[in-house]
Ligand binder design. Structure first.
Ligand SMILES: C[S@@+](CC[C@H](N)C(=O)[O-])C[C@H]1O[C@@H](n2cnc3c(N)ncnc32)[C@H](O)[C@@H]1O
Length: 274
């Protein structure tokens, strides 16, 4: 990429607005409302953040049967099924960095007083092994963790292993939710306060269905947090471009993440309905 292009993008970033979005009290960089916005964001992320310069899977061990992580004063043990990764279409049988980043971000944002999860209704999409939803429940949210029907067994096992009345202030249930299908009424009545998703934007073919589900799940007061791995610029650009039709999109800068869980290979967005 030409250095002049990056410099222009840097200037454009300076001009992007930093505001609060939804129920998150930290400031986020809102993506401009024009047709070049998604492309500009991709140029910034790949040109300045340079994701390929840092190691993938820094916070996870995908070949292990479990991932141990301390969160909210508890030792969590997230069971994984590395062998299932070889099954076509299975991606959530192990943890991904962006899940650890989002989970630890939630802990940090609550501790910093920028986010309130206690008593809030939360729906997580594509929960995989369930770390993010577990952390949200420990932080006091009433969480529904969702995934494809054949991915729920490991998810349930991780909830049973990690969440007990003694360590969780909220609650957690597991439910099937296929993106693009109509969500069960209890997921949208009332609308969730928060929708969470880590590493759910990775396939161009799933973007339309994912956005359809986000639109259906979100009311005027719903705040979405999405974290994702910076693997494929075209897929992220396609997602951001489409998302900006229905949502205001803001990037959460790494300065607001948990200081021990930052990665140049991950980006995080807050979205609210227009
Ligand atoms: C890369 S994994 C991420 C898992 C977990 N969120 C994490 O960060 O470790 C993507 C997740 O999205 C789920 N998923 C993919 N397509 C889906 C769809 N059409 N409907 C519902 N869930 C889907 C997968 O089963 C998987 O659990």
């Amino acid at each position: 990429m030409a250095s002049g292009t990056v410099a222009e993008s840097e200037i454009e970033e300076e001009e992007e607005e930093e505001i609060k979005l939804g129920s998150y009290d930290g400031k986020v960089r809102v993506l401009r409302e024009d047709e070049e916005a998604a492309a500009g964001e991709i140029m910034l992320l790949w040109g300045i953040q340079q994701p390929t310069f840092s190691k993938p899977n820094s916070f996870v061990a995908q070949s292990s049967l479990q991932l141990k992580l301390d969160a909210c004063g508890h030792s969590l043990s997230i069971l994984q099924s590395p062998s299932s990764l070889s099954t076509p279409g299975v991606t959530g049988s192990v943890m991904w960095d962006s899940g650890v980043v989002l989970g630890k971000f939630l802990e940090h944002a609550v501790d910093s007083g920028l986010l309130l999860l206690h008593g809030k209704k939360v729906v997580e999409l594509g929960s995989g092994c369930g770390l993010v939803g577990c952390i949200a429940a420990i932080l006091g949210a009433q969480v529904t963790l969702t995934d494809l029907p054949d991915r729920l067994r490991l998810l349930k096992k991780n909830i049973e292993t990690n969440l007990r009345h003694g360590n969780m202030r909220g609650s957690a249930v597991v439910k099937e939710l296929i993106w693009g299908d109509d969500p069960d009424q209890d997921l949208i009545d009332p609308f969730p306060d928060y929708v969470l998703g880590s590493d759910v934007v990775y396939s161009e073919g799933a973007v339309v269905d994912l956005l359809d589900t986000l639109v259906q799940l979100c009311g005027a007061q719903t705040t979405i947090f999405l974290s994702g791995e910076l693997r494929n610029d075209a897929v992220l650009e396609y997602f951001l471009d489409a998302a900006m039709k229905d949502f205001v999109v803001g990037r959460v800068e790494q300065t607001q993440w948990h200081p021990d869980y930052c990665s140049r290979r991950v980006a995080m967005y807050v979205m609210v309905k227009k």
